[in-house]
Write a protein of this length. Structure first.
Length: 355
């Protein structure tokens, strides 16, 4: 080998060593990755404008430390273009796996195909992509969210009256699942109840504006289903302005069911400001999102059936498994309602009570 070739090889080795050293010094490392034994995983946070997602963001590094996973993190801020760009960043950083929660579950398909081509396994949490393959989906049964909310409100309203459904984004499998299940349940079990569906794109200001308009035209609404806690503050403010923020024993009371199980919702159930929520497990999303992506990197596989953590893995289509974590209905007294078991708001098993 001539002198010029030797210099070229030496320079390449020096650059590679420098890149390796820089990677080991990643500021996102949970503490166990400096030795190089922990796999490098990219986690995209879908948004940071709700208490639920901020809780998830808090749990991710804790779970990474417990599972010995090194992190690179980004935040796509509810923008699919950001998520696609963030994924390209992860690829350039040499991640071995990706955890994401695409809010637009259709538009992520080409990115999933690209990652599959590079043999980088993907776990999605909270949402399931409409097409494309991922190693595992970690979410709860979102159709059950809509059904539980329907049965609670249908029972409380005695099967008659009007309810408003503040829908999430219908470009998301979660928004569609919750909306479709709520409507189907109401039509089948409570045909005497009129449902006003209001699309909000998971935006609190949009939800508040549409609720205000709906209550102006239909002041006799007696139930509200919020598909996420994003609508909580605006909903309570509007009811207070209209003199409708009264105890459940008052005939003017508007029954409210939310989804998420954030600490604020549990406090509001205790004080009578809302009546129920479905607790979506932010802590377990963080834990099992990283658990499955690490397992994928290590070459492990899973099959449909019960898990060792109280959930059930189902096959939703060819090449896609989903671990459906428990998401209980939470009420003031913890009593069954409409055929649904519930947990009391102060139950210690709820992540929202973890402090």
């Amino acid at each position: 080998m001539d002198r010029k070739a030797l210099l070229s090889v030496g320079l390449t080795m020096m650059v590679g060593a420098a890149m390796f050293t820089a990677g080991c010094g990643n500021g996102d490392s949970p503490g166990g990755g400096a030795s190089g034994s922990a796999p490098l995983v990219g986690v995209d946070y879908p948004r940071s404008d709700t208490d639920f997602w901020n809780s998830y963001i808090k749990y991710v590094p804790q779970s990474a430390k417990e599972l010995d996973v090194e992190l690179k993190t980004t935040n796509s801020q509810n923008d699919i273009a950001n998520l696609i760009s963030n994924t390209q960043t992860f690829i350039s950083q040499g991640v071995k796996g990706v955890v994401m929660a695409p809010q637009d579950t259709a538009a992520i398909a080409p990115t999933l195909e690209q990652l599959a081509g590079k043999k980088i396994p993907v776990v999605t949490i909270d949402t399931r992509p409409d097409t494309g393959k991922v190693f595992m989906v970690v979410r709860a049964d979102n159709r059950a969210y809509g059904t539980k909310a329907c049965q609670f409100l249908g029972t409380k309203l005695g099967g008659k009256g009007k309810v408003v459904m503040l829908q999430g984004g219908l470009d998301s499998i979660n928004g569609r699942d919750r909306t479709e299940a709520f409507n189907e349940c109401m039509k089948k079990d409570y045909p005497g109840i009129t449902v006003f569906g209001e699309a909000t794109d998971w935006k609190g200001d949009v939800a508040a504006a549409k609720l205000q308009t709906r209550l102006a035209s239909d002041p006799d609404v007696k139930g509200i289903y919020m598909e996420s806690s994003f609508a909580l503050a605006g909903t309570l403010q509007i009811l207070k302005q209209k003199g409708l923020q009264v105890p459940p024993t008052d005939p003017k009371h508007v029954f409210i069911v939310s989804n998420d199980g954030i600490p604020e919702e549990l406090k509001d159930i205790k004080s009578g400001l809302i009546d129920a929520t479905v607790s979506q497990p932010a802590d377990l999303y963080a834990k099992y999102g990283l658990y499955y992506v690490k397992a994928a990197i290590e070459g492990k596989t899973f099959q449909p059936g019960p898990t060792d953590h109280g959930s059930n893995i189902i096959q939703v289509r060819d090449g896609v498994l989903e671990d459906q974590l428990a998401a209980p209905l939470v009420t003031l007294d913890g009593a069954s309602i409409g055929g649904q078991p519930t947990l009391k708001y102060d139950d210690k098993s709820l992540w929202g009570n973890a402090g």
